[in-house]
Design a protein around this ligand. Sequence first.
Ligand code: AMP
Length: 281
Amino acid sequence: MKVIRYTQELRKVLTKVNGSIGFVPTMGFLHKGHLSLVARSKAEMDCTVVSIFVNPTQFGPNEDFEAYPRDEAHDLKLLENAGVDYVFIPTVDQIYPANNATDVLVTGSLTKGLCANTRPTHFAGVTNVVSRLFNIVRPDKAFFGQKDAQQLMIIKRMTEDLQMGIEIVGCPIVREPDGLAMSSRNTYLSPEERTRALSISKSLFQVQEMIDSGKELLVKDIKNVIRNAVESSGGVVDYIDVVCPKDLVQMQDDSLIGDSYLVATAIYFGKTRLLDNILRM
Ligand code: AMP
């Protein structure tokens, strides 16, 4: 495995790769969720590139950019064991040159609602960094987690709209044995908050069972099940939404849940904001 910190050097080695290139962009502090994306790339592609870059532009002014957990040495061990070919760890000025005057933005319903309500500049930061990383790596396929479902849809849309010729592969949410969706931010949780946070996945599983049982279910009933569970465990709701998975437009509270849905949540336990969802396309 080769660690590369400079764009030009990465371009040089990747132009010599004979075969398909798979790419997994991350912000590091890796866990089994990230490694599942790496495993998928390893299984499907000849060469796997992982980036580690805590992207400042996707954090709002009062968010956790400085505090975001980092452990490069441990990440590199995990990636080496996973058989990664190249790890790209750029500095901020490699990605955003000082005279940068270009923004890549996805507009419309995908970047409204859900996380965009509390994080209005977040997805602009995501599309700016991912478009730059895609141009540097020029992969055939890139692998993203369904845990960040809105991000996955936005990246798919950006890639299609800009005709980048990169296949975006969405991968299932990897969970702790007790159900909590894995996240680098789980490290912020106190042991008590972590136990209380299980109410998120438990209530989502409960909702999934209710839907699968074939009962007629209103969107508002689904939201209430989750809200009651997380609030009675001390969680503070940022959002609990049921949206159409294609355009992320909200389903009306009084409408029946159909065959295709994204039930997405962002819930605070203490200061930690946790995402989870269930998706059927
Ligand atoms: P991050 O380092 O948080 O930016 O995440 C990098 C990639 O890993 C994104 O595509 C995430 O959606 C994905 N990811 C993060 N957590 C999980 C998880 N628990 N299961 C699957 N993918 C995940």
